[in-house]
Design a protein around this ligand. Structure first.
Ligand SMILES: Nc1ncnc2c1ncn2[C@@H]1O[C@H](COP(=O)(O)OP(=O)(O)OP(=O)(O)O)[C@@H](O)[C@H]1O
Ligand SMILES: [Mg+2]
Length: 334
């Protein structure tokens, strides 16, 4: 296994102060702490070369977990092993094999061209000159960096900067990528570019990827398996498609009609979500989708039919709403 996490807990102690002067004085005499259970007893493991989506709402504990895995935070309790090493020891040999990319933070020096930060990283990670040239050429090609590296970072667009950030984080060719919202704020085209790059990096180097994103397209495109957490606890670990099937019993059939029909004429096929002139969306029983699609083609004046999954954002929020979400079957062995 590349990554082994067992009964991991990470609690933050936060200093509690009552408002006002009296509160300050009281806090001075007797400090009060509140405990935030950011990660509360989670267990999972990830095999080499796997790409896993790490999902959960804001504050679920995703970033905290990634920080523990990359050795930035010391766990409160539990076992964490990444490539057989304990991340918090921060041995050089370990640090050379991992990277953490945070879409909301930047490592590139703002007033200098990215190539300067690259040079710093080359020295820190002790990348031999020849390897460095080869890796840089490859990243330049894959990410289409062109002359961007020579431009002052502050003058780059967000998307250009993110591509440079990714390159900077991968110059030492890590085997494990912790990607914390690597596409945040990017437009859809650039999101897709970054996504393709991650897939290609995984293919070429059999790298292990643990990825968080609030853009579900990233997850569906890259990850067959997802780990879902909420309030520090594990809700689901398993096949993304199976999860979708369990929490979303319907598929969406979109029909384009050749002539208008009344809503009642559609109601016998499924739940009419929308009827807008010649376009209609129907929710139909997942197991019967193909049959119903065929019947509609035969019985209605249909110009076109497409079958789609409901938007995954809805599916994920459904997981959080399911009271026994923890009881969802997953397909992992214990
Ligand atoms: N340094 C800290 N001190 C105290 N509490 C913290 C600290 N960092 C995070 N937390 C708390 O821990 C919990 C988990 O935060 P975390 O950043 O891991 O969530 P997340 O899943 O990454 O959320 P998001 O999707 O918003 O990025 C939150 O309640 C957060 O407020
Ligand atoms: Mg986060």
């Amino acid at each position: 296994m590349s990554i082994v996490v067992s009964d991991l807990r990470k609690y933050y102690e936060v200093h509690h102060k009552e408002p006002g002067l009296i509160g300050s004085l009281r806090a001075f005499v007797r400090r009060r702490y509140a405990i935030v259970k950011a990660v509360d007893n989670i267990t999972f493991s990830i095999a080499p070369g796997e790409m896993v989506g790490f999902l959960g709402p804001n504050g679920a504990g995703k970033t905290t977990t990634l920080k523990v895995l990359s050795g930035l935070l010391y766990p409160t309790s539990g076992v964490v092993e990444v490539l057989g090493a304990k991340p918090f020891v921060r041995q050089n040999a370990f640090l050379k094999q991992i990277t953490l990319v945070m879409g909301q933070k930047q490592q590139l020096l703002w007033d200098l061209p990215a190539s300067e930060t690259f040079e710093v990283n080359r020295v820190i990670y002790e990348v031999p000159a020849e390897d460095y040239r080869r890796i840089l050429a490859e990243l330049t090609e894959l990410l289409d960096l062109g002359d961007l590296l020579k431009k002052q970072v502050r003058k780059l667009s967000l998307g250009e900067r993110m591509k440079c950030e990714l390159a900077a984080a991968l110059l030492h060719r890590p085997k494990i990528l912790f990607l914390d919202e690597p596409t945040i704020g990017l437009d859809v085209t650039m999101q897709a570019r970054v996504r393709e790059f991650i897939a290609e990096y995984n293919r070429r180097y059999d790298a292990t990827v643990l990825l968080t994103s609030h853009y579900m397209a990233d997850v569906t495109a890259l990850c067959k398996r997802v780990i879902v957490i909420n309030q520090g606890k594990l809700l689901y670990d398993g096949d993304l498609q199976k999860m979708i099937e369990q929490v979303a019993p319907h598929k969406l059939i979109r029909v384009e009609l050749a002539q208008p029909v009344v809503a009642e004429a559609l109601a016998c096929y499924g739940i009419v979500e929308r009827l807008d002139g010649l376009e209609a969306d129907l929710l139909v029983d997942r197991a019967k989708t193909t049959r119903i699609g065929a019947r509609m083609l035969a019985e209605l004046p249909v110009a076109d039919v497409t079958i789609a999954e409901p938007p995954i954002e809805e599916i994920i929020s459904e997981v959080f709403r399911t009271p026994q979400a923890g009881d969802l079957d997953d397909n992992r062995e214990a």
